[in-house]
Ligand binder design. Structure first.
Ligand code: SAH
Ligand code: SF4
Ligand code: F3S
Length: 472
């Protein structure tokens, strides 16, 4: 039966707001916080909500975790190394607790939703004061209050997402010119290797009116770029009665007039011609698409339950380029999936050669408990996996370098973000293709979109000059 998504009732959110006000005036509550975030943009955005709630409760942000009274880890479990990194850092805080006994430590996010994981973590890490999963993020103020009042450990893991989405929670955005908007939560795809559907629940789309209102508000606040978020934005709206589809929603958002609109992630099987046309005809939609292919071999794609073939994927890429000739494509690739032969791996290499992505995220397959692929025969040994990923990375590196040569001499629009990490006299930002561009500039340009002529290609970034810099 198709589930219909609803909003979490107003009364429930109102209660959380009252709790936040109560905590604000509470004696002896933690005064400062630090949030450590792992994983994807969804998690980054959830952390912006956590920050909003913490500030509403009167806590202020600490410059680093060593001087905060409350440290919260928003975890990811998509691959084993993401998990290990989070746990390694949590352990480190144990030492800090010895010097600061008032320090409170919380763990939330995807890892906590893994079956049995919450129990295991809490047993192994007795100094954790609070743990909760992804479905009850909106309940954080109540859990925080209980932790402070009861002076003991609080744990809440809800295993059913109840087909509902939270609205109207406070939020502190990482910066005033770029914003994430979640359009849907969860995933229904169950790719054989992936744990996300089991830790994020079923697809739940936000009401289109709410999304458009949020985008309109962001435009009024002067936001220059928005990124629409969902694990598979192409199935947006299918869980709502008479819902708007993603192409329809994107067209409406384009009409609001925010300078730049991006979205992720698009599942190739659901990328429609209608969506390609909306992208091609849009005024503000960036000529850029992250289109994770995962693999180049049809047997593996089938085993992965991706529900498209190599040929169908390549055909969609062709159609996209026909409509948007300058589109910049990026992808995700998995090597050493169970049973992957050398020939099958080479199909991924040849697909990368054929598509010629501007960039690719490459991952060694990591078995996740409870997913079908973890029980498949033919798990690949680490040496073979490592050799394959090295080879794939080398191919992509060469293609990126070749593609970047074509950008030389072009004028790109760069949304200036921060001083460059390598050289603080340089400013760094993203161009319309979502590629980092560095150029000589001053911090007053942060938050503005400036034209930059590309003069040099680096390994993963571009360098350029602004018109003013050239006239000096
Ligand atoms: N919803 C997005 C992906 C979210 S996870 C999509 O479908 O494209 C981000 C990436 O992590 C995936 O695209 C995949 O390449 C990788 N990934 C997911 N599970 C993995 C696993 N078990 N091992 C290795 N990589 C994995
Ligand atoms: Fe995971 Fe597949 Fe869903 Fe992406 S579409 S989150 S890879 S199950
Ligand atoms: Fe990780 Fe959860 Fe995102 S598992 S990739 S943080 S949805």
């Amino acid at each position: 039966m198709r589930r219909i998504t609803q909003e979490i009732p107003q009364e429930v959110i109102l209660e959380e707001k009252e709790t936040m006000a109560r905590v604000r005036s509470m004696q002896g509550r933690p005064a400062s916080y630090y949030i450590v975030t792992y994983g994807c943009q969804m998690n980054a955005h959830d952390s912006e909500s956590l920050e909003g709630m913490l500030q509403e409760m009167g806590l202020r942000g600490a410059p680093d975790r060593t001087c905060a009274d409350f440290v919260i880890f928003n975890t990811c479990c998509v691959r084993d190394n993401a998990e290990r990194r989070a746990l390694g850092n949590v352990t480190w805080l144990k030492e800090l607790k010895k010097t600061n006994p008032d320090l409170r430590v919380a763990v939330c996010g995807c890892m906590i939703q893994e079956p049995g994981m919450a129990d295991q973590i809490l047993r192994t890490y007795p100094f954790i004061d609070l743990a909760f999963g992804t479905h009850n993020l909106y309940h954080f103020p109540t859990l925080f209050e209980q932790m402070v009042i009861r002076q003991r450990r609080v744990i809440e893991v809800v295993n059913d997402d109840l087909g509902s989405v939270p609205e109207e929670l406070p939020i502190v955005r990482a910066n005033p010119y770029q914003a994430y908007i979640t359009i849907m939560y969860g995933c229904n795809n169950f790719c054989s290797y992936c744990i996300v559907p089991s830790v994020r629940g079923r697809e739940r789309s936000r009401e289109p009116g709410r999304i458009l209102e949020e985008a309109e508000q962001l435009r009024r606040e002067g936001v220059k770029e928005i990124m629409l978020l969902g694990q598979n934005v192409n199935s947006y709206g299918l869980d709502r009665e008479n819902g708007m589809t993603f192409p329809q929603l994107l067209r409406e958002i384009d009409g609001i007039g925010i300078e730049r609109v991006r979205f992720m992630t698009s599942h190739p099987k659901d990328l429609s011609v209608e969506l390609m046309d909306v992208m091609a005809n849009g005024k503000h939609i960036c000529p850029q698409l992250h289109l994770p292919v995962q693999h180049g071999n049809n047997r593996i794609l089938k085993s992965m339950n991706r529900r498209y073939t190599r040929e169908a994927y390549l055909e969609k890429v062709r159609m996209l380029r026909e409509r948007i000739p300058n589109i910049s494509l990026s992808t995700d690739l998995i090597v050493a999936y169970p049973g992957e032969t050398e020939e099958e791996f080479l199909d991924t290499c040849s697909l990368v050669e054929e598509v010629r992505y501007d960039s690719a995220f490459t991952f060694i397959y990591s078995p996740r408990t409870g997913t079908p692929a973890a029980k498949m025969p033919g798990q690949i040994d680490p040496e073979t996996a490592s050799a394959r990923i090295q080879k794939l990375i080398a191919i992509q590196k060469r293609i990126t370098a070749e593609n970047f040569q074509n950008y030389l001499g072009q004028c790109h629009q760069v949304l200036v973000d921060a001083p460059s990490r390598r050289d603080p006299r340089q400013m760094s930002g993203k161009n319309e293709y979502n590629i980092t561009v560095n150029f000589d500039g001053t911090p007053d340009l942060i938050g503005q979109i400036v034209p930059v002529t590309i003069t040099e290609a680096r390994e993963t970034t571009l360098r350029g000059t602004t018109a003013e810099a050239k006239h000096d």
